[in-house]
Design a protein around this ligand. Structure first.
Ligand code: ZN
Length: 83
């Protein structure tokens, strides 16, 4: 998993440290080789790559990332992952 977002090393380290599961659906991350869908990807909670704070950067699975796309989080949470 590459860090292409100019995320400072200390934030990357912290987020990786707490991020063993997807922040949205809670799935445990797997290597991309095993499943692309559950591989970890960088997520900006507020969809603005300029906001690089420990609150706004998290890890989510590629499935959620793809599903969320460019939607606003509040919109996606309502229409996105159901129970
Ligand atoms: Zn997920």
């Amino acid at each position: 998993m590459a860090n292409n977002w100019n995320i400072p090393a200390w934030i990357e380290k912290e987020v990786r440290g707490r991020g063993k599961v997807c922040v949205y659906c809670g799935v445990e991350f797997t290597p991309a080789k095993i499943s692309k869908k559950t591989a970890a990807s960088w997520e900006h909670i507020i969809n603005d790559a300029k906001i690089i704070t420990r609150e706004n950067i998290a890890l989510c699975c590629c499935g959620c990332n793809a599903s969320k796309g460019q939607k606003q989080l509040s919109v996606w949470l309502v229409i996105g992952v159901g129970p």
